[in-house]
Design a protein around this ligand. Structure first.
Ligand SMILES: Nc1ncnc2c1ncn2[C@@H]1O[C@H](COP(=O)(O)OP(=O)(O)OP(=O)(O)O)[C@@H](O)[C@H]1O
Ligand SMILES: [Mg+2]
Length: 272
């Protein structure tokens, strides 16, 4: 029996909050730390994570230098008409795929679409660490819970939070260890201090009610968009970069390192 890989799922039900970007940053950080990483892209329509990796492959060929790559696998969602049937088939396929990747990977990074599909649900059940980026500049609370717009009171969980809850119960029923649910504040903008306090209070209350922890994410920086085409991430920049390293990039690299540290993944020390 091989040791099961630690599964990291990027999930939320909103587009553009940073799932694919964060998936890529996490993969490169783990690979640089010397771990073999498996990769799944469940966003079959956009395939941003795998297109990012294709760009990386092409860039490596262009510069004539190998770049760290994950072991990719594809999954095909069930086309069963009954949702229960599709869910069962997708869960079985997810388990099989993860078992195969566990043969030589210590981690598997799974990017999901901004929608709850049976395959995305299967990934949430398999997640040891669930990373949910929220768009901090737009304060995407409704992704996590319903919040009273006037006084900021938490009224109840969102549909996504309920899906995570049911995935948790399934893990418990299978005697798997509880998921570590981490909300990552992405595209952090400078808010005034009153607003900041209000945001902090709502997040605190939500985190207690719904059961996640909050980790620092990334500031709003153009470099995150620019790197997609070359398939590089901030941690690659020093040695392979198409652009000279600026102070802003150095600060962004530090944010990536802090994020990885805060994820507290098994066997992962400080990242170079
Ligand atoms: N911190 C950031 N600063 C600036 N741009 C960012 C930042 N994080 C992500 N982006 C950009 O925002 C866009 C959306 O990010 P990304 O594709 O990672 O989101 P997503 O959650 O995967 O979206 P989808 O649900 O559509 O798959 C991308 O163009 C990405 O480069
Ligand atoms: Mg995406």
């Amino acid at each position: 029996m091989t040791t099961p890989a630690h599964v990291i799922v990027l999930g939320n039900e909103k587009g553009g909050a940073g799932k694919s970007t964060t998936a890529m940053q996490i993969f490169v950080a783990l690979a640089r730390a010397g771990h073999r990483v498996g990769a799944l892209d469940l966003d079959l329509r956009q395939q941003s994570f795998f297109r990012y990796l294709d760009n990386r492959d092409a860039y490596a060929k262009r510069i004539g230098k190998p770049l760290l790559m994950p072991r990719r696998m594809n999954v095909t969602p069930s086309n069963a008409i009954s949702r229960d049937h599709a869910a069962a088939e997708d869960q079985a396929q997810m388990a099989k795929t993860l078992a195969e990747l566990s043969r030589d990977c210590a981690f598997v990074v799974i990017d999901t679409p901004g929608a709850v599909t049976p395959m995305a649900e299967a990934a949430h059940i398999a997640a040891d660490t669930l990373v949910t980026p929220i768009n901090d500049s737009l304060i995407d609370f409704d992704l996590l819970g319903r919040v009273d717009p006037v006084d900021g009171r938490v009224l109840g969980p969102s549909i996504y939070a309920e899906m995570v809850w049911s995935a948790r119960q399934r893990r418990a029923a299978r005697r798997m260890k509880p998921v570590d649910w981490v909300v990552l504040r992405n595209r952090i903008a400078t808010l005034d201090s009153r607003n900041k306090r209000k945001v902090g209070n709502v997040i605190d209350e939500l985190s207690k009610r719904i059961g996640f922890r909050v980790v620092p994410g990334f500031s709003e920086r153009v470099i995150f968009r620019e790197l997609f085409l070359s398939g590089l991430t901030l941690l690659d920049l020093k040695t392979n970069g198409p652009v000279p390293l600026t102070m802003s990039h150095v600060a962004a690299r530090q944010e990536v390192r802090e994020m990885i540290k805060a994820l507290d993944l098994p066997g992962v020390g400080p990242i170079e």
